[in-house]
Design a protein around this ligand. Structure first.
Ligand code: 3HC
Length: 706
């Protein structure tokens, strides 16, 4: 086993450096390394203090999550912490980069903490559906108070070193060379004769009262909607009032419970799925990290519309220079306004300082001739969603740019293959499907054609990483991954339920209670019913769908009920309010459309709404897999949890289907197939997996293709 902790003697100080790339996770080898280094130091009378630091960029990203589902091996992190706390010489943690989860828990067991001013300290366990299980719920309250600890653990978001100092979590914040400053700190301890100071011996200064708990839950209610880990966190923090040994035992049993929960399995699935989706697997494997890609510093965006401007902002946010190109001066003027107002809003909301906004605005140039894009490292075409217009732009870009430069087309509906054919180098063309708003949305669908080269794909992955977006590769097909499942599955079924008797509010509320951030009709109203109608018209040029495919949304578009922007859509919005109010005109319209089609209306309950919307989503998801549009079921989960509001704590539609059991899923799909007709045809992949008692997760392990 490679040495994961280095040991060095520096005067009276023993220096332990955690060296476990890429993120210094506290795996078994690190725990052994720390344990051995402490044992070595104990035998050395010259050593009067110990310093734990990192040989990498991060102090530590926490416990090794890959070890969670297997026996962890001794020493456990808790055993290492006990050895630290009861060491006869003082032990100091020097925190640079990130100290997260178990990494911070390790530091909290040290007697003193010194942090670099740029360091961040946090307890993100709740994002994985677990409680901090290595003393975090017992030591953090002892250091910063129970109320502050509750907020920090519920938020999951790291705090700055200065905030940590204010709260009493670190003893000193330093600038410049952390190791040097921390060694001086240790030497001072030795000179001043300050010895060990076990955190476990402290008591908690405050106790949690119900009002404080309620206010903390309220502050994090949005992120924790539908979740249960927060109750376990509260239970564990309450135990910090007890003597340490008792509290830690309670924490250990609650931690075990959280680790075994469905919520945690689902959230850990999404954590790894998001990291895996940024890679391609299978026969023609390329790994983006291993494929050489040229550096990207300058980007050109063609088309100064809302999408083009949003994409430019996304790149400027990532500290890249961007040029927005459009041959229409009025569009360029509007784009400047969009960029300014986007940044003004970020400043107003306190997300960035005015000076940062100014610097980012300066990164964005506007130009009106294509000749000016020639020195861009990457060009993204984001002109009007029309095949001939886009082809024309791509042809011109193809002759203006050196052959190795990647050309991306931002489309949600058109065939990227057809667009690529307009160039002499289709291998450098791919689709980048940005979501609205392009600078804030997390998901980026990368659309590959038969011709797209591995190098072009690797560049697309690099872009996603630069933009801090989650990338998923889709083959070029109707709606790619996300919209195909939304249109043929989830939203289509929601409309069908309206025709059969449910109201928009009933459908939306049922799905919001299931965990979706927003129900389908409210989403349509927000995005604009006309946007959906236009997109479907474009998609139908690839492949059409029989009536009643979105007959209600299209009729609303014809009536000018475009959604929130016109104050009327599936709902009415009074005086610019976002509150959706039911509208009898829409109910009458739906009844008429149903009666024209001979659909008999009836009472529909919430269970049926959820079952039909989710099963149809899963069924189309399986088709997307069997057709090869998505490579892995986990990729589908990433698309839906990061781009379409599917509840992350349920793991995404395919993971959720696995938890229901595919035989049960198939039974439901067959039932609706019989009742509702061909569009409910069961996916062959589900039939195959269900018949052998298998799952999407198992399919990913054995058969997923690139
Ligand atoms: N354990 C194991 N592997 C981890 C890990 C962890 N805690 N954190 C990151 N990794 C792995 C990733 O899977 C990825 O592996 P890959 O290259 O094979 O795909 C690699 O490290 C790099 O990670 P990212 O791609 O995410 O790198 P970034 O630079 O974008 O982000 C990060 C770095 C912010 C540290 C991010 O990885 C992260 O948020 N990690 C998880 C942090 C976390 O949740 N810590 C708590 C763990 S649970 C715990 O500590 C329990 C304790 O209470 C007992």
């Amino acid at each position: 086993m490679a040495r994961a902790v280095t040991f060095d003697e520096r005067g009276p100080v023993g220096l332990m450096g955690i060296d476990n790339p890429p993120v210094n996770a506290i795996s078994h080898s690190v725990r052994c390394g720390l344990h051995d280094a402490m044992a070595q130091a104990a035998k050395n009378p010259r050593i009067k203090a110990l310093l734990i630091t990192s040989d990498g960029k991060q102090f530590s990203a926490g416990a090794d999550i890959t070890e969670f589902d297997r026996p962890q091996g001794e020493p456990s992190l808790q055993q290492v912490q006990t050895a630290i706390e009861f060491s006869s010489i003082p032990i100091v943690a020097a925190i640079g980069g990130l100290a997260l989860g178990g990494g911070l828990e390790l530091a909290m067991a040290c007697h003193y903490r010194v942090a670099h001013k740029d360091a961040k300290l946090g307890m993100p366990e709740i994002t994985l559906g677990i409680i901090p299980g290595a003393g975090g719920t017992q030591r953090l309250p002892r250091l910063i108070g129970a109320g502050a600890a509750l907020n920090m653990i519920l938020s999951g978001t790291p705090i700055s070193a200065l905030e940590a100092k204010d709260k009493g979590l670190v003893d000193d914040v330093v600038e410049g060379d952390l190791r040097h400053a921390a060694l001086s700190f240790c030497e001072r301890l030795v000179q001043e004769g300050r010895g060990p100071r076990p955190t476990c011996n402290r008591s908690v200064s405050d106790s949690l009262d119900e009002a404080e708990i309620a206010s903390a839950l309220l502050a994090h209610a949005r992120a924790l909607k539908g979740r249960s880990t927060q109750q376990l966190v509260i239970e564990a923090i309450k135990a910090s009032r007890l003597p340490f040994a008792q509290g830690i035992a309670i924490e250990a049993s609650i931690a075990q419970k959280s680790l075994a929960s469905r919520e945690s399995l689902a959230l850990r699935h999404v954590f790894f799925a998001e990291r895996e989706s940024g890679k391609l697997s299978g026969a023609s494997t390329i790994h983006n990290k291993r494929t050489q890609t040229p550096a990207i510093q300058r980007v050109a965006v063609i088309g100064a519309g809302t999408m083009g401007s949003g994409i430019a902002v996304a790149f400027a946010d990532a500290a890249l220079d961007v040029m927005i190109n459009d041959n229409d001066p009025a569009s360029l003027t509007r784009s400047r306004e969009v960029v300014s107002s986007t940044y003004a809003s970020s400043v107003r909301r306190g997300r960035i300082a005015q000076s940062v906004a100014d610097e980012r605005i300066r990164r964005i140039r506007h130009a009106h001739t294509l000749a000016e894009v020639a020195d861009a490292d990457l060009v993204i075409e984001a002109v009007f969603e029309d095949v001939e217009t886009k082809k024309d732009v791509l042809t011109r870009l193809d002759s203006a740019l050196p052959a190795e430069r990647v050309i991306a087309t931002n489309t949600s509906t058109l065939s990227v293959t057809e667009l690529a054919r307009a160039t002499a180098h289709p291998e450098r063309v791919l689709g980048l499907h940005f979501f609205v708003p392009a600078h804030a949305s997390r998901l980026l669908e990368i659309v590959r054609t038969e011709h797209t080269s591995p190098e072009s794909l690797a560049t697309a992955f690099r872009i996603a990483k630069l933009l801090k977006k989650v990338a998923v590769v889709s083959r070029d097909a109707f709606g790619f991954i996300g919209n195909r499942m939304m249109l043929d599955g989830y939203f289509r079924e929601a409309e069908q339920l309206l025709l059969e008797g449910a109201t928009p509010a009933q459908v939306d509320t049922a799905l919001e209670n299931f965990g979706f951030a927003m129900g389908p009709q409210r989403v349509s109203d927000l995005g604009g019913n006309d946007v959906g109608t236009k997109a479907r018209a474009q998609l139908f040029k690839r492949d059409s769908r029989p009536d009643p495919y979105f007959v209600i949304a299209d009729r609303l578009t014809e009536m000018g009920r475009l959604g929130q922007k016109t104050g009327r859509g599936f709902y009415t919005y009074e005086n610019g309010s976002r509150e959706a109010v039911s509208d009898p005109e829409v109910h009458n319209l739906i009844e008429k459309l149903a009666s024209d089609r001979g659909i008999r209306r009836r009472e529909i309950n919430d269970e049926e709404i959820i079952e039909r919307c989710i099963l149809s989503l899963v069924n189309v998801g399986a088709m997307v897999l069997e057709e090869g549009t998505a490579a892995r079921a986990a990729d589908v989960d990433v698309v839906w949890t990061s781009g379409y509001g599917f509840p992350r704590h349920l793991g995404g539609p395919m993971f959720y289907a696995d938890t229901l059991g595919l035989s049960h899923v198939l039974e439901g799909i067959r039932h609706y197939h019989e009742k509702l007709g061909h569009y409910w045809r069961p996916a062959r992949l589900i039939e195959r997996l269900a018949s052998s008692g298998s799952s999407f997760e198992a399919w990913d392990r054995t058969s997923a293709s690139p």
